[in-house]
Design a protein around this ligand. Structure first.
Ligand code: SME
Length: 163
């Protein structure tokens, strides 16, 4: 298995994602189990960027259930359409939230969180999970982060959620 530790914190974003994506691809190559893949991706992204919370919510019976993550314990279940994650899962659209306090219905698992990026993972057009990343810094994420994490979601979907 490829070495999973990567520290991208000191790099400009473009370079960080340029290094991240081939690394993710290489790491996923050795994993054929969805839980193992999500757990490894959570840790990899968490340590690469050093955000507050990095992990997955899985779609289970029409709601979201927390999956593998790195960070403090979080909400276990989130109904579709509720919170940033529930809106991402229901709409199938990435949610880039500069100020979580301004997002109607935001679910504050950790009061320290100030901005959030949620990217759906899709299989044949259907959302099977979301990648959720929280930061204590307001407006920490931008379109470049959204595109980078969307690329991670596509790699995961292609490799793991493809059968
Ligand atoms: N803030 C999220 C809930 C999940 S936690 O941030 C880990 C939301 O509003 O959906």
């Amino acid at each position: 298995m490829a070495e999973t530790t990567l520290d991208l914190r000191a790099l400009p974003k473009a370079q960080a994602y340029a290094e991240l994506l081939p690394h993710v691809d290489l790491v996923l190559e050795g994993i054929d189990d969805p839980i193992a893949a999500m757990a490894t991706m959570s840790c990899l992204l968490h340590h690469a960027f050093g955000h507050l919370w990095t992990g997955f919510y899985r779609v289970v019976d029409n709601e979201l259930v927390v999956g593998p993550f790195a960070g403090r314990p979080a909400c276990i279940r989130i109904p579709f359409g509720q919170g940033v994650c529930g809106v991402a899962a229901q709409s199938g659209a990435t949610q880039l939230v500069a100020d979580v306090h301004a997002f109607p219905g935001h679910i504050a698992c950790d009061p320290v969180s100030r901005s959030e990026l949620v990217v759906p993972v899709k299989r044949e057009g259907a959302v099977v999970a979301v990648i959720d990343i929280d930061s204590p810094v307001i407006a920490r994420f931008d379109a470049e982060d959204a595109e980078g994490i969307q690329a991670v979601a596509r790699l995961l979907a292609d490799r793991i959620f493809n059968s």
